[in-house]
Design a protein around this ligand. Structure first.
Ligand code: FES
Length: 95
């Protein structure tokens, strides 16, 4: 769905989502990194349906993830940082 055109001129690094490494580029939002690399952001809570955000601009609330510290991360408005560790479910919750 998403194709990067400028990754060769930006710093590349790894972030982790549910412990899995995901390639990211400086300046990416979390959502753009995930859609570029794995094609979705999380699974729906009620059934195993992939979610990819909807509005891409902070309005629909479809792209929430969690930092391992427990803080929520809106993937479409928060930029990646090297080594960032995220979870697709609330840390400490039972799935
Ligand atoms: S994609 Fe809509 S709030 Fe993030």
């Amino acid at each position: 769905m998403f194709k990067r055109f400028t990754h060769a001129i930006r710093d590349n690094f790894i972030i982790y989502v549910d412990g899995e490494p995901v390639d990211a580029c400086e300046g990416d939002t979390i959502l753009s990194a995930l859609l570029s690399e794995i094609g979705f952001v999380r699974l729906l809570e009620l059934k195993p349906e992939k979610r990819a955000g909807f509005c891409l601009m902070g309005a629909c609330q479809d792209c929430w993830l969690w930092h391992l510290s427990g803080e929520r991360a809106r993937a479409c408005t928060e930029r990646v940082l090297p080594g960032m560790r995220l979870s697709t479910s609330q840390p400490g919750s039972v799935r």
